[in-house]
Design a protein around this ligand. Structure first.
Ligand SMILES: Nc1ncnc2c1ncn2[C@@H]1O[C@H](COP(=O)(O)OP(=O)(O)OP(=O)(O)O)[C@@H](O)[C@H]1O
Ligand SMILES: [Mg+2]
Length: 327
């Protein structure tokens, strides 16, 4: 195993050196070879990527598997996601073709996904990464926060370097804290927060890749942050027809009894995609309890009721605030 690992590491190093000498367009075609070798590493439970001290613990590396066909979004949201993909595809053409390089400071494309929990922000980030043939590095902002002064900014730099070196799409989850207005400095925490945001903005400029932020509340965006975002996409809660599509998409391939009426479920429960997913999991647990061969309407209704109880308690604690759409 150790020998195996060493030889793989050597191979990856060599290949990486060679790939780095190729020009950008050709390099894209060879990147998959590196990914395949890294995959072998993951399967054998060791990482073949450069491991910068504690950076790995702050990043969840995902090999994206989901396509646009796995996403169910209201028509206008889907159109914006498709537009974002086109923008990313056309970016280098735009820059090189029209000589915009001179007036553009950065090659980074930054997107901001705004929306309530379970509306598909993380899933869409996965779809974007898959579309680009890149890995998705998910970072929760709270995992970067360090109580020692100056350490949070250092963590941000580390994460950006790590994603740049491994040519990954960087996804900042729960990014409200970084995206919100810079405070007037009142105390040490405020000045630390401002420092962190300044470092983030600088890293964003120098990244040369795709960075996606996910925020729940679109209020008080920091103007400097907003200027660096190419597109803000609001992930709305689905209406009944989209909910029906969500049920059907997420239940594809499952053993569903013929008495199940997805239209009825979609009218009865105003669920997000995340809620639908949880209701399906609950339904399966309920069915398993009575050893059923397939999931019946009764199981789904019970599954939905369980979700509803959970989310009602969340609503009453004020989690579901109104969103404002920017952009
Ligand atoms: N628009 C959608 N289309 C298809 N499936 C969805 C959609 N939204 C949610 N889901 C299902 O719910 C799961 C959770 O959704 P996801 O993690 O993308 O939500 P989120 O917006 O990132 O939520 P949070 O704000 O809590 O992080 C997905 O893995 C998927 O199974
Ligand atoms: Mg998410």
């Amino acid at each position: 195993m150790a020998k195996n690992q060493q030889s793989l590491e050597r191979e990856v190093k060599l290949l990486r050196k060679q790939v780095n000498t190729l020009n950008e367009r050709v390099r894209d075609r060879f990147d998959f070879l590196l990914d395949e070798l890294k995959e072998i590493g993951y399967r054998n439970k060791f990482s073949l990527e450069r491991n910068e001290s504690n950076v790995v613990s702050m990043v969840s590396a995902i090999v994206p598997k989901k396509n646009l066909s796995d996403l169910v979004l209201p028509f206008d949201v889907e159109s914006q996601v498709i537009m974002a993909l086109k923008q990313i595809n056309n970016y280098s053409k735009l820059v090189k073709g029209y000589g915009l390089k001179k007036i553009l400071k950065t090659n980074t494309i930054a997107l901001n996904f705004i929306g309530l929990p379970g509306t598909g922000k993380t899933l869409t980030a996965e779809v974007v990464a898959k579309h680009l043939g890149k890995k998705l590095y998910v970072v929760r902002y709270s995992d970067l926060v360090d109580s020692y002064v100056g350490e949070t900014s250092k963590n941000i730099v580390k994460v950006f370097n790590y994603a740049r070196e491994n040519s990954a799409v960087l996804f900042f989850d729960e990014a409200d804290a970084i995206a919100s207005t810079r405070t007037n400095v009142m105390n040490a925490t405020d000045s630390e927060n401002n420092l962190v945001r300044n470092v983030l903005l600088k890293e964003l400029e120098n990244f040369n890749g795709v960075v996606i932020f996910a925020t729940n509340l679109a209020e008080n965006f920091d103007k400097a942050f907003e200027r660096r975002i190419h597109m803000h996409i609001l992930f709305k809660m689905p209406e009944a027809p989209d909910r029906e599509r969500l049920w059907k998409t997420l239940c594809k391939g499952l053993k569903v009894h013929k008495d199940v009426n997805f239209k009825e479920l979609s009218h009865r429960y105003s669920f997000s995609g995340g809620n639908v997913r949880n209701a399906i999991l609950n339904a399966a647990r309920v069915a398993l309890n009575s050893n059923k061969k397939s999931l019946t309407m009764e199981d789904f209704v019970k599954g939905c009721d369980l979700v509803e109880k959970g989310s009602l308690s969340m609503t009453s604690s004020g989690v579901n605030k109104e969103l404002r759409y920017i952009g």
